[in-house]
Design a protein around this ligand. Structure first.
Ligand SMILES: Cc1cc2nc3c(=O)[nH]c(=O)nc-3n(C[C@H](O)[C@H](O)[C@H](O)COP(=O)(O)OP(=O)(O)OC[C@H]3O[C@@H](n4cnc5c(N)ncnc54)[C@H](O)[C@@H]3O)c2cc1C
Length: 440
């Protein structure tokens, strides 16, 4: 039997933690790897087992821009709240998940990334400090500039194996290098995050463009040219996102700017626009200049956010668990990844493709009818085998949650499993924090 609890302050939260009852904590419930509409079924609760579903979305929210330019966040603050607050002060966030209603504290738990990662790198590096409740209901503080050291746990081999993934947004397992890493990407399995200090950036002016390209299934040569050439412009360009022609079909017809084609969206710093134009746009051979258009910032963000949201909602309507990928590869392997997706496009199941193009990190989504689910699962198994061979990152931003645990097995070995167990024994001895999570 699960019991839902809603926490309205830290005292209530600490009081529950001290009971050591097995619990799953959540914030805005936008995770794509937790099937919220079928949660109890997926948690595999046994008859008579008492389990708590713990809502953190009502925790009192507070934001403060510190003198050092960092943003301090407490409680239920979303990325949208933070962006609006910072803009009023001439600054901006460095990480922007497409789903802006997600909470920042939860973003640390999932090691969220997003659109602005192209210019600013991953969230993990932007977290200066955080506070969390440990299993005894005590609030503890962790710092980025202190190395992670835990009595009785040797991280040497774990860190050595992490190096293979260090250039990706996220590896298939957390980093465990600095103190703050303990709570970043561990999906609430070691404690509950209550306060965060993250870096921000000055809010410089920007221009927003989109570029039409042929459908990638038919001709991806322009896509390949763009991804290769854009890599040198990470100081000038903040966002490089793709929405394919299939994904656009989820928008109402009069809101689709794509004329039946794929589109790549760019946010370019105004001060760098000339360089972007002369050294990037003007050098493209496969793109027609007449197919590049300017957009307002609001329209840009609305389109970019509405497409994945509509895809996500359609899956829920169909009663199927989301069947999307979250694979990031090195730019030199991008063509090989696209070749796999091209094969997927031929299996006869509806699909679409969108995501963080500049980082070679796209979400391919099957939109299966319930009868097609097994077929799609087989395709995904094949994909993850290939990603393993390419040494790519299988889950670069949405995490593992409940849905991806099956696929993670080949990416983690004895070293990771032993480290997870040692950490759980030490920091969650009663197995009260998300006992079904990937560290169990
Ligand atoms: C349309 C759409 C677009 C998306 N785009 C992106 C994207 O660009 N980048 C990206 O990274 N993700 C993206 N996501 C995924 C999702 O938004 C992120 O995973 C986000 O960080 C989840 O935040 P949430 O508040 O909804 O957390 P929830 O879904 O409520 O929880 C997610 C996980 O975090 C844990 N958790 C939540 N709060 C805490 C806490 N305070 N302390 C400890 N653990 C906690 C939970 O136990 C759970 O395992 C997208 C999702 C959707 C639906």
């Amino acid at each position: 039997m699960s019991k839902k609890l809603v926490f309205k302050n830290k005292e209530e939260l600490a009081g529950h933690i001290k009971t050591h009852g097995p619990s799953f904590y959540f914030s805005s419930q936008t995770s794509t790897v937790i099937p919220y509409d079928k949660l109890e079924q997926h948690l595999g609760l046994k008859d008579g087992e008492e389990f708590y579903l713990c809502d953190l979305s009502q925790m009192p929210a507070k934001m403060e821009l510190l003198d050092n330019g960092n943003l301090q966040v407490q409680g239920a603050v979303s990325w949208k709240d933070a962006r609006e607050f910072l803009k009023s002060k001439g600054r901006n966030i460095k990480t922007a998940p497409t789903e802006e209603l997600a909470l920042i504290t939860a973003g640390l738990a999932t090691s969220a990334t997003g659109e602005r990662c192209f210019a600013f790198g991953n969230l993990r590096s932007q977290v200066v400090r955080l506070k969390y409740f440990d299993y005894q209901g005590e609030e503890k503080e962790l710092f980025r500039d202190k190395p992670l050291e835990i009595d009785g746990i040797n991280f040497d081999q774990y860190r050595e194996e992490f190096k293979a993934y260090s250039e990706f947004k996220n590896a298939p397992f957390p980093r465990f290098q600095n103190e703050t890493d303990l709570l970043i990407g561990t999906e609430g399995q070691l404690g509950i995050i209550t306060e965060v200090e993250i870096e921000t950036t000055p809010n410089t002016g920007a221009q927003h463009l989109f570029m039409l390209l042929p459908k990638w299934e038919q001709d991806y040569s322009a896509h390949l040219e763009v991804i290769e050439k854009i890599q040198k412009f990470r100081d000038e360009v903040v966002v490089v996102e793709l929405i394919d022609s299939n994904a656009f079909s989820f928008l109402p017809e009069d809101e689709r700017p794509n004329q039946g084609k794929d589109a790549i969206f760019f946010e370019i710093k105004t001060e760098a626009f000339e360089k972007f134009y002369e050294e990037f746009l003007a050098t493209l051979e496969g793109v027609n200049e007449e197919e590049i258009f300017e957009l307002t910032e609001t329209r840009f963000h609305n389109i970019r956010a509405s497409v994945p949201r509509a895809v996500f909602e359609e899956n829920s309507r169909m009663g199927v668990v989301k069947m999307g990928t979250d694979v990031q590869v090195r730019v030199q392997d991008f063509k090989a990844l696209m070749d796999i997706y091209r094969e997927f496009s031929k299996v006869g199941v509806r699909y679409n493709l969108f995501g963080h193009f500049g980082d070679a990190h796209l979400h391919f989504n099957f939109m299966p009818a319930p009868d097609d689910i097994e077929l799609c699962k087989k395709r995904f198994e094949h994909l993850y085998e290939q990603v393993l061979k390419m040494k790519g990152s299988p889950f670069a931003e949405h995490g593992i949650g409940l849905i991806k645990q099956k696929y993670i097995q080949s990416f983690i070995g004895p070293v990771q499993k032993e480290t997870f167990k040692a950490l759980k024994d030490k920091l969650d001895p009663h197995r009260q924090f998300f006992p079904q999570g990937y560290m169990h």
